[in-house]
Design a protein. Structure first.
Lengths: 123, 123
DNA sequence: CAAACCCATTGACAATCTTCGATGCGTGCC
DNA sequence: GGCACGCATCGAAGATTGTCAATGGGTTTG
Protein backbone atom coordinates (compact mmCIF):
# COMPACT_ATOMS: atom_id res chain seq x y z
CA UNK A 1 0.00 0.00 0.00
CA UNK A 2 1.14 3.53 -0.68
CA UNK A 3 1.58 6.16 1.99
CA UNK A 4 -0.99 8.49 0.49
CA UNK A 5 -3.27 10.11 2.98
CA UNK A 6 -6.82 9.02 3.64
CA UNK A 7 -7.65 12.45 2.37
CA UNK A 8 -7.42 11.89 -1.36
CA UNK A 9 -10.33 11.94 -3.74
CA UNK A 10 -11.77 9.03 -1.84
CA UNK A 11 -15.49 9.47 -1.86
CA UNK A 12 -16.58 9.74 1.72
CA UNK A 13 -19.90 8.62 2.95
CA UNK A 14 -21.56 10.27 5.88
CA UNK A 15 -20.54 7.79 8.49
CA UNK A 16 -16.95 7.57 7.31
CA UNK A 17 -14.15 8.34 9.65
CA UNK A 18 -13.32 11.92 8.85
CA UNK A 19 -11.99 14.15 11.54
CA UNK A 20 -9.57 11.92 13.39
CA UNK A 21 -7.30 11.14 10.47
CA UNK A 22 -7.04 14.70 9.25
CA UNK A 23 -4.06 16.19 7.48
CA UNK A 24 -1.59 17.72 9.88
CA UNK A 25 0.29 20.96 9.32
CA UNK A 26 4.00 20.74 8.51
CA UNK A 27 5.06 22.86 11.48
CA UNK A 28 4.28 22.89 15.16
CA UNK A 29 1.77 25.30 16.53
CA UNK A 30 4.55 26.93 18.53
CA UNK A 31 6.41 27.67 15.31
CA UNK A 32 3.24 29.09 13.83
CA UNK A 33 2.88 31.31 16.87
CA UNK A 34 6.42 32.56 16.54
CA UNK A 35 5.96 33.37 12.85
CA UNK A 36 2.58 34.95 13.47
CA UNK A 37 4.28 37.30 15.94
CA UNK A 38 6.67 38.34 13.19
CA UNK A 39 3.84 39.13 10.82
CA UNK A 40 2.02 40.89 13.62
CA UNK A 41 4.92 43.27 14.08
CA UNK A 42 4.65 44.24 10.43
CA UNK A 43 0.87 44.41 10.46
CA UNK A 44 0.56 48.13 11.04
CA UNK A 45 1.05 50.93 8.52
CA UNK A 46 2.77 53.22 11.00
CA UNK A 47 5.36 50.59 11.86
CA UNK A 48 5.94 49.87 8.17
CA UNK A 49 6.51 53.54 7.49
CA UNK A 50 8.81 53.95 10.46
CA UNK A 51 10.92 51.00 9.37
CA UNK A 52 10.97 52.40 5.86
CA UNK A 53 12.33 55.75 6.99
CA UNK A 54 14.83 54.19 9.37
CA UNK A 55 16.19 51.78 6.79
CA UNK A 56 16.53 54.55 4.28
CA UNK A 57 18.39 56.93 6.56
CA UNK A 58 21.44 55.31 7.97
CA UNK A 59 21.55 55.70 11.65
CA UNK A 60 20.48 59.15 12.61
CA UNK A 61 16.79 59.76 12.70
CA UNK A 62 15.25 61.44 15.69
CA UNK A 63 11.71 60.92 16.89
CA UNK A 64 10.53 64.27 15.64
CA UNK A 65 11.69 63.32 12.15
CA UNK A 66 9.75 60.10 12.41
CA UNK A 67 6.75 61.94 13.74
CA UNK A 68 6.62 64.05 10.63
CA UNK A 69 6.63 60.91 8.51
CA UNK A 70 3.44 59.35 9.84
CA UNK A 71 -0.07 60.67 10.48
CA UNK A 72 -0.15 60.07 14.22
CA UNK A 73 0.88 62.07 17.27
CA UNK A 74 4.15 61.80 19.15
CA UNK A 75 3.00 59.45 21.94
CA UNK A 76 1.75 57.04 19.32
CA UNK A 77 5.05 57.19 17.48
CA UNK A 78 6.84 56.44 20.74
CA UNK A 79 4.47 53.56 21.33
CA UNK A 80 5.20 51.92 17.97
CA UNK A 81 8.92 52.57 18.36
CA UNK A 82 8.77 50.79 21.66
CA UNK A 83 7.20 47.74 20.02
CA UNK A 84 9.91 47.71 17.37
CA UNK A 85 12.59 48.11 20.04
CA UNK A 86 11.18 45.33 22.22
CA UNK A 87 11.24 43.09 19.16
CA UNK A 88 14.91 43.97 18.75
CA UNK A 89 14.41 45.52 15.33
CA UNK A 90 15.58 48.99 16.28
CA UNK A 91 17.54 50.60 19.04
CA UNK A 92 17.96 54.14 20.19
CA UNK A 93 20.68 56.41 21.43
CA UNK A 94 20.17 59.60 23.30
CA UNK A 95 22.24 62.51 22.06
CA UNK A 96 21.59 65.69 23.96
CA UNK A 97 17.96 66.52 23.55
CA UNK A 98 17.27 64.00 20.86
CA UNK A 99 16.78 60.29 20.68
CA UNK A 100 18.25 58.85 17.53
CA UNK A 101 16.86 55.58 16.28
CA UNK A 102 18.44 53.12 13.92
CA UNK A 103 17.57 49.72 12.52
CA UNK A 104 19.42 46.64 13.62
CA UNK A 105 20.02 45.30 10.15
CA UNK A 106 21.02 41.92 11.46
CA UNK A 107 17.74 41.50 13.28
CA UNK A 108 15.87 42.81 10.27
CA UNK A 109 17.57 40.21 8.11
CA UNK A 110 16.57 37.50 10.57
CA UNK A 111 13.00 38.69 10.46
CA UNK A 112 12.98 38.69 6.68
CA UNK A 113 14.43 35.20 6.74
CA UNK A 114 11.64 33.96 8.99
CA UNK A 115 9.08 35.44 6.62
CA UNK A 116 10.77 33.85 3.63
CA UNK A 117 10.85 30.44 5.24
CA UNK A 118 7.22 30.58 6.25
CA UNK A 119 6.08 31.78 2.86
CA UNK A 120 8.17 29.26 0.98
CA UNK A 121 6.43 26.63 3.08
CA UNK A 122 3.22 27.78 1.41
CA UNK A 123 4.24 26.31 -1.91
CA UNK B 1 25.91 69.50 -4.57
CA UNK B 2 24.78 66.03 -3.71
CA UNK B 3 21.20 65.11 -3.07
CA UNK B 4 21.88 63.94 0.45
CA UNK B 5 19.21 64.78 2.94
CA UNK B 6 19.41 67.47 5.59
CA UNK B 7 19.43 64.53 7.94
CA UNK B 8 23.07 63.51 7.75
CA UNK B 9 25.55 63.76 10.55
CA UNK B 10 24.90 67.48 10.65
CA UNK B 11 25.17 68.50 14.28
CA UNK B 12 21.89 69.99 15.27
CA UNK B 13 21.52 72.59 17.94
CA UNK B 14 18.42 72.84 20.01
CA UNK B 15 16.73 75.58 18.07
CA UNK B 16 17.45 74.08 14.65
CA UNK B 17 14.60 73.33 12.38
CA UNK B 18 14.05 69.65 12.90
CA UNK B 19 10.64 68.23 12.42
CA UNK B 20 9.40 69.98 9.32
CA UNK B 21 12.13 68.80 6.99
CA UNK B 22 12.01 65.20 8.10
CA UNK B 23 12.79 62.21 5.95
CA UNK B 24 9.74 60.92 4.18
CA UNK B 25 8.89 57.26 3.65
CA UNK B 26 9.28 55.86 0.17
CA UNK B 27 5.66 54.77 -0.11
CA UNK B 28 2.32 56.40 0.52
CA UNK B 29 0.50 55.70 3.73
CA UNK B 30 -2.27 54.08 1.70
CA UNK B 31 0.25 51.58 0.33
CA UNK B 32 1.48 50.92 3.83
CA UNK B 33 -2.10 50.29 4.93
CA UNK B 34 -2.64 47.84 2.11
CA UNK B 35 0.55 45.93 2.91
CA UNK B 36 -0.19 46.00 6.63
CA UNK B 37 -3.51 44.31 5.88
CA UNK B 38 -1.63 41.54 4.11
CA UNK B 39 0.64 40.99 7.08
CA UNK B 40 -2.36 41.14 9.36
CA UNK B 41 -3.99 38.27 7.55
CA UNK B 42 -0.91 36.16 8.24
CA UNK B 43 -0.55 37.37 11.81
CA UNK B 44 -2.35 34.50 13.48
CA UNK B 45 -1.05 30.98 14.13
CA UNK B 46 -4.37 29.33 13.31
CA UNK B 47 -4.55 30.99 9.92
CA UNK B 48 -0.95 30.05 9.20
CA UNK B 49 -1.68 26.42 10.06
CA UNK B 50 -4.86 26.37 8.01
CA UNK B 51 -3.04 27.74 4.98
CA UNK B 52 -0.28 25.22 5.54
CA UNK B 53 -2.68 22.28 5.49
CA UNK B 54 -4.63 23.63 2.55
CA UNK B 55 -1.55 24.24 0.44
CA UNK B 56 -0.24 20.80 1.22
CA UNK B 57 -3.43 18.95 0.34
CA UNK B 58 -4.50 19.77 -3.13
CA UNK B 59 -8.09 20.72 -3.23
CA UNK B 60 -10.09 18.52 -0.95
CA UNK B 61 -9.92 19.35 2.71
CA UNK B 62 -13.10 19.56 4.70
CA UNK B 63 -13.62 21.73 7.75
CA UNK B 64 -13.50 18.81 10.15
CA UNK B 65 -10.08 17.90 8.81
CA UNK B 66 -8.94 21.46 9.38
CA UNK B 67 -10.47 21.45 12.82
CA UNK B 68 -8.31 18.52 13.82
CA UNK B 69 -5.23 20.42 12.67
CA UNK B 70 -5.54 23.40 15.02
CA UNK B 71 -6.20 23.76 18.74
CA UNK B 72 -9.47 25.68 18.49
CA UNK B 73 -13.11 24.72 18.21
CA UNK B 74 -15.15 24.48 15.04
CA UNK B 75 -16.79 27.93 15.18
CA UNK B 76 -13.35 29.48 15.49
CA UNK B 77 -12.08 27.52 12.53
CA UNK B 78 -15.05 28.71 10.49
CA UNK B 79 -14.31 32.25 11.60
CA UNK B 80 -10.71 32.16 10.40
CA UNK B 81 -11.71 30.43 7.19
CA UNK B 82 -14.13 33.24 6.58
CA UNK B 83 -11.36 35.80 6.94
CA UNK B 84 -9.20 33.88 4.49
CA UNK B 85 -12.13 33.57 2.08
CA UNK B 86 -13.00 37.26 2.30
CA UNK B 87 -9.39 38.03 1.48
CA UNK B 88 -9.74 35.83 -1.59
CA UNK B 89 -7.06 33.42 -0.46
CA UNK B 90 -9.30 30.37 -0.27
CA UNK B 91 -12.67 29.31 -1.56
CA UNK B 92 -15.04 26.54 -0.65
CA UNK B 93 -17.30 24.09 -2.36
CA UNK B 94 -20.11 22.22 -0.73
CA UNK B 95 -20.23 18.53 -1.55
CA UNK B 96 -23.03 16.75 0.19
CA UNK B 97 -22.56 17.19 3.88
CA UNK B 98 -19.08 18.57 3.68
CA UNK B 99 -17.53 21.88 2.73
CA UNK B 100 -14.26 21.41 0.90
CA UNK B 101 -11.79 24.23 1.01
CA UNK B 102 -8.90 24.95 -1.31
CA UNK B 103 -6.31 27.65 -1.73
CA UNK B 104 -6.46 30.04 -4.63
CA UNK B 105 -2.82 29.69 -5.62
CA UNK B 106 -2.98 32.72 -7.84
CA UNK B 107 -4.13 34.91 -4.98
CA UNK B 108 -1.59 33.34 -2.70
CA UNK B 109 1.14 34.18 -5.20
CA UNK B 110 -0.06 37.77 -5.33
CA UNK B 111 0.05 37.97 -1.56
CA UNK B 112 3.56 36.60 -1.47
CA UNK B 113 4.56 39.09 -4.12
CA UNK B 114 3.25 41.98 -2.04
CA UNK B 115 5.21 40.73 0.94
CA UNK B 116 8.36 40.39 -1.16
CA UNK B 117 8.07 43.89 -2.54
CA UNK B 118 7.51 45.42 0.85
CA UNK B 119 10.36 43.54 2.45
CA UNK B 120 12.75 44.28 -0.39
CA UNK B 121 11.94 47.93 0.20
CA UNK B 122 13.45 47.45 3.65
CA UNK B 123 16.93 47.11 2.25
C1' DC C 1 17.48 79.68 37.53
C1' DA C 2 13.70 79.87 34.24
C1' DA C 3 12.02 78.70 29.96
C1' DA C 4 11.88 75.88 25.94
C1' DC C 5 12.57 71.72 23.96
C1' DC C 6 12.46 66.51 22.98
C1' DC C 7 10.77 62.35 24.20
C1' DA C 8 8.88 58.50 27.30
C1' DT C 9 5.26 57.15 30.10
C1' DT C 10 0.77 57.10 32.12
C1' DG C 11 -4.07 56.74 32.05
C1' DA C 12 -8.30 56.53 29.80
C1' DC C 13 -11.19 55.35 26.09
C1' DA C 14 -12.80 53.26 21.87
C1' DA C 15 -12.30 49.89 18.55
C1' DT C 16 -11.05 45.52 17.09
C1' DC C 17 -9.96 40.66 17.69
C1' DT C 18 -10.43 36.04 19.45
C1' DT C 19 -12.97 32.52 21.26
C1' DC C 20 -16.78 29.43 22.13
C1' DG C 21 -21.65 27.87 23.43
C1' DA C 22 -25.90 27.89 21.35
C1' DT C 23 -28.52 27.72 17.43
C1' DG C 24 -30.07 27.09 12.73
C1' DC C 25 -29.82 25.26 8.06
C1' DG C 26 -29.11 21.85 4.64
C1' DT C 27 -28.07 17.05 3.63
C1' DG C 28 -27.85 12.08 3.88
C1' DC C 29 -29.22 7.82 6.36
C1' DC C 30 -32.68 4.62 8.38
C1' DG D 1 -40.54 11.55 8.73
C1' DG D 2 -37.11 11.60 12.14
C1' DC D 3 -32.48 11.67 13.36
C1' DA D 4 -27.52 12.47 13.02
C1' DC D 5 -24.16 14.94 10.87
C1' DG D 6 -21.22 18.98 9.00
C1' DC D 7 -20.83 23.58 8.93
C1' DA D 8 -22.13 28.68 9.18
C1' DT D 9 -23.76 32.21 11.97
C1' DC D 10 -25.12 34.65 16.05
C1' DG D 11 -24.30 36.58 20.45
C1' DA D 12 -21.66 37.43 24.34
C1' DA D 13 -17.53 37.84 26.92
C1' DG D 14 -12.80 38.75 27.59
C1' DA D 15 -8.40 40.19 25.78
C1' DT D 16 -5.68 43.01 22.95
C1' DT D 17 -4.62 47.07 20.27
C1' DG D 18 -4.44 51.86 18.81
C1' DT D 19 -4.81 56.54 19.95
C1' DC D 20 -4.03 60.87 22.27
C1' DA D 21 -4.12 64.48 26.18
C1' DA D 22 -1.68 65.16 30.11
C1' DT D 23 2.36 64.76 32.61
C1' DG D 24 7.12 64.24 33.91
C1' DG D 25 12.09 63.74 33.32
C1' DG D 26 16.26 65.10 31.32
C1' DT D 27 18.80 68.68 28.51
C1' DT D 28 20.01 72.88 26.45
C1' DT D 29 19.47 77.85 25.92
C1' DG D 30 19.13 82.49 27.60
Amino acid sequence: MSMTRALEVVERKTGDRCCDVGAQPSTTYADAERDAAVFDLLAHPVRLQLLDVLVRNEGRVCVCDLESAVPVKQPTVSHHLRLLREAGLVDSEKVGIWAYYRVDRGRLAELKERVEVRLSGLT
